[in-house]
Design a protein around this ligand. Structure first.
Ligand SMILES: *Cc1c(COP(=O)(O)O)cnc(C)c1O
Ligand SMILES: [Zn+2]
Length: 418
């Protein structure tokens, strides 16, 4: 296993952990998979589905050979993350008018978002390096996940969060796990810029997605999806894009599986951004090579409220190489799709619902064909943003709590809706 610069290829020394190469490029973990046998590994991964208590009961560490083969089991901090449901919903499928639809509910992770898939690896790696303080800048889900794992590992967690446009639920969750939460005036992008420059000086281990071990862990989402589908993936995988770490991990995981012979065909990937925070979609749809940051990103989907996504060049290269697509959706479209996902019984937070809204749009734009099969990655839990939920449900009377005296007559009236 090596850590190399994604842009110039220079190898970095792990013990001296940095987050960017001297050329400014992001780092990447490169594995040596020679000697790994796909059939043997598939059998091993299948056996691990019956694990209950060892680290291999985790939906991330069950693929340890492809994620962090060198890490000692005793350094692993896990909460049996991953192992999330892959659902079908006839309601959503028919509303979209697509042949086949899958929903991968990363919202079922222990802290309520896919950030756990990556965080378990970052925290474990940092602990193995001897760090005591773990930090991130976050719109809320990364900090919740960080705080949860740091608490499990009995380490200190510090979260830098923008004061505006984030979900109170996520901040409270982070505080509840015992983290120090520091609010600042600025955006997620300002926080990242700060840590890239001063993180080392502060002696903290940074758990943002500029940390390449987060990406390694997040690859497990697509490994797990492939394993659930007997290593036959759908035509399209649709994913929301904020910092673009998840699509980067998706691409890397798919590449691993193709190289190893787990899958025979590369599915196409579509990235969906919110209209008010869509620098990646703008770059890709205009055929540009470089990302122009959005200065004041704004969307109801707080997890995607990012104007300068760090992983853009990795995401660009993957989509360009594999014929992927991007699109942007409005906040209204996101909320409409969210209502559909919530009513299906699966439920998700706004950023996740952007995938379903995106499928709608990509079918209308004839980029996804109605005869194709699609999997959407639902990234976060329904309860992650109750302010947005309250606003949406109660404001226009879409749903409301009814009141009645406890008599048969008044209940009958309400139950029958007359
Ligand atoms: C972090 C997050 C995203 C965005 O993922 P990136 O890797 O930043 O692109 C989307 N949805 C939810 C719920 C998230 O927590
Ligand atoms: Zn470099």
């Amino acid at each position: 296993m090596k850590i190399v610069c994604y842009e110039c290829g220079k190898e970095q020394k792990d013990g001296n952990f940095v987050y960017r190469c001297s050329c400014g490029g992001l780092l990447e973990v490169i594995h040596d998979f020679t000697g790994l046998d796909a059939e043997k590994l598939k059998r091993l991964f299948a056996q691990r589905l019956s694990e209950r208590m060892s680290v291999y009961a985790s939906g991330v560490w069950s693929y340890k050979e492809l994620i962090h083969p060198e890490l000692a089991e005793s350094d692993i901090v896990t909460k049996y993350e991953g192992n999330t449901g892959l659902y079908r919903s006839e309601q959503i499928r028919s509303a979209l008018g697509i042949r086949e639809l899958w929903l991968k509910a990363q919202s079922e992770n222990p802290s309520g978002s896919f950030k756990d898939n990556g965080m378990t690896v970052a925290i474990s790696h940092g602990r193995a390096l001897g760090f005591e303080r773990f930090t991130c800048t976050s719109t809320g889900n990364t900090s919740s996940s960080l705080a949860m794992y740091a608490a499990l590992a009995e380490k200190e967690a510090i979260a830098l969060v923008p004061r505006k446009q984030i979900s109170l639920n996520k901040v409270l969750q982070t505080l509840a796990y015992g983290a120090k939460v520091i609010g600042f005036d600025g955006t997620y992008d300002d926080g990242i810029r700060f840590y890239e420059r001063y993180g080392r000086e502060l002696g903290v281990y940074i758990c943002n997605s500029i940390n390449p071990f987060r990406i390694e862990g997040q690859k497990s989402i697509v490994y797990e999806m492939a394993q659930s589908l007997n290593w036959e993936l759908p035509d399209w995988i649709v994913i929301p894009g904020g910092a673009l770490s998840n699509v980067t991990a998706l691409g890397k995981g798919l590449q691993d599986m193709l190289e190893l012979g787990f899958i025979r065909r590369m599915p196409k990937v579509a990235v969906v951004q919110a209209e008010g925070a869509s620098p990646f979609h703008m770059m890709m749809s205009q055929g540009k090579r470089n990302l122009e940051p959005v200065e004041r990103p704004s969307t109801i989907a707080s997890a995607m409220n990012i104007g300068n996504p760090p992983s853009w060049s990795k995401a660009r290269d993957f989509l360009s190489r594999t014929g992927g697509e991007t699109c942007s959706v409005t906040d209204e479209e996101i909320m409409e799709a969210k209502a559909l996902v919530d009513r299906s019984g699966i439920g998700c937070e706004p950023a996740s619902a952007a995938t379903v809204a995106g499928v709608w749009k990509l079918i209308a734009e004839k980029k996804i064909g109605a005869e194709e099969s699609v999997a959407c990655i639902l990234t976060g839990n329904l309860l992650k943003d109750t302010d947005v939920l309250r606003e949406y449900l109660l404001k226009d009377g879409r749903a409301q709590m009814l009141a009645a005296d406890l008599t048969v007559e008044s209940l009958e009236r309400l139950i029958r809706g007359s």
